[in-house]
Design a protein around this ligand. Structure first.
Ligand code: CO8
Length: 259
C-alpha cells in the first residue's frame, strides 16, 4: 500500500510509523485511519518487527479526529467513524507486540486517545496533551472515557475531560499519563532506544506479557491469574524460553529467534 498520510520505516526489529499530514496537524481523517490500520497489520504480520513506535510529523502528534470531516455527520455516520477509530485502537491493544507513542507535540482528542491505546508513552517537552471534545459538543469517543481513567484515575481523567485543559509533557509525567518526558531532539532516539531494548528480549514472551496485562485488566483476579498461568506456561513451549534459561545457566547472552 502506498501511503498518502503516513510513513512506515523499519529499523532493525523496530517499525517507525510517522503520521504525516502535518498541514492538518495529522488530524485523523478516514484516509489516515485506514493507512494506520494497514500499518498496524504490517507490524502484526511481520515476524521481523518486534516493537512499533508511532510519532507525528511537524508540530503535532495528532490534533484529533478530523473536525472538518465530521462536522455535519448524522449519528449513523458518527457511529461508523467511531467504530473505525475504536476498532483500530483496540487492535493496537490486541497485537502482541508493544507500541510506543513518541508524543512530539499536540496529542488532542483522538490523537491523545491513540497514545492511550499504545503500551508506553514518551513525551517531548513540547507535547500538549488533552481531550478537547466537550468544547466541540461531543465527548471523547475513541476510547478516552475508558482508557484515561484507567491510566490516571477517575478524578484527574474527569478534570481533563470536563475542562479540556491541556497538559504539557512534564505535567503528564507527574500524572502518570506518560512514562518519560525528554527534550524534543531526544524524543525519537529515546523511543527507539527503549524499543530496541524491548526488541532484544524474547519477543513471544513480551507479546504474551502484553496480552496477559491487557486481558487480566478486564476480569477478576482469579481469572487474571489463570490467564497469567496459561500464557506463562505457553512460554515454556517456545525455543526462546529454552535459549533464555540455558544461556543464563551457561553464563552467556541469549540469542532470541522469535520462535
Ligand atoms: N481536525 C481538522 N483539522 C484540524 C484539526 C482537527 N482536529 N486540528 C487542526 N486542524 C487544521 C486546522 O484547521 C488548520 O487548517 P488550515 O490551515 O487549513 O486552516 C491546520 O490544521 C493548522 O491548525 P491551526 O491553524 O489551528 O494551528 P494552531 O497552531 O493555531 O492551533 C491547535 C493548534 C490548538 C491544536 C488547534 O489546531 C486546535 O485546537 N485543533 C483542534 C483540536 C481538537 O479539538 N481536537 C479534537 C477533535 S475531536 C476528536 O478528536 C474526537 C475523537 C473521537 C470522535 C468520534 C466522533 C465520531
Amino acid at each position: 500500500m502506498v501511503y498518502e498520510n503516513l510513513i512506515y520505516e523499519k529499523q532493525g526489529h523496530v517499525a517507525l510509523i510517522t503520521l504525516n499530514r502535518p498541514k492538518a496537524l495529522n488530524a485523523l481523517n478516514d484516509v489516515l485511519l485506514t493507512e494506520l490500520a494497514d500499518a498496524v497489520e504490517m507490524v502484526a504480520a511481520d515476524e521481523d518487527v518486534r516493537v512499533a513506535v508511532i510519532t507525528g510529523a511537524g508540530k503535532a502528534f495528532a490534533a484529533g479526529a478530523d473536525i472538518d470531516y465530521m462536522k455535519d455527520f448524522n449519528p449513523i455516520q458518527a457511529q461508523s467513524y467511531m467504530e473505525q477509530g475504536q476498532g483500530l485502537y483496540r487492535r493496537i491493544e490486541k497485537v502482541r507486540k508493544p507500541f510506543i507513542a513518541a508524543i512530539n507535540g499536540f496529542a488532542l482528542g483522538g490523537g491523545c486517545e491513540l497514545t492511550l491505546a499504545c503500551d508506553i508513552r514518551i513525551a517531548s517537552t513540547k507535547a500538549k496533551i488533552g481531550l478537547p471534545e466537550v468544547g466541540l459538543g461531543i465527548f471523547p469517543g475513541f476510547g478516552g472515557t475508558q482508557r484515561m481513567p484507567r491510566l490516571i484515575g477517575d478524578g484527574l481523567a474527569k478534570e481533563l475531560i470536563f475542562t479540556t485543559r491541556q497538559v504539557n509533557g512534564q505535567e503528564a509525567k507527574e500524572m502518570g499519563l506518560v512514562n518519560q518526558v525528554v527534550e524534543p531532539e531526544e524524543l525519537i532516539n529515546t523511543a527507539m532506544a527503549m524499543a530496541n531494548v524491548i526488541a532484544s528480549k524474547a519477543p513471544i514472551a513480551v507479546g504474551l506479557a502484553k496480552d496477559t496485562i491487557n486481558r487480566g485488566r478486564q476480569v477478576d483476579i482469579d481469572d487474571a491469574m489463570s490467564i497469567e498461568a496459561a500464557n506463562d506456561c505457553l512460554a515454556f513451549s517456545t525455543e526462546d524460553q529454552k535459549e533464555g534459561m540455558h544461556a543464563f545457566v551457561e553464563k552467556r547472552s541469549p540469542v532470541f529467534k522469535n520462535k
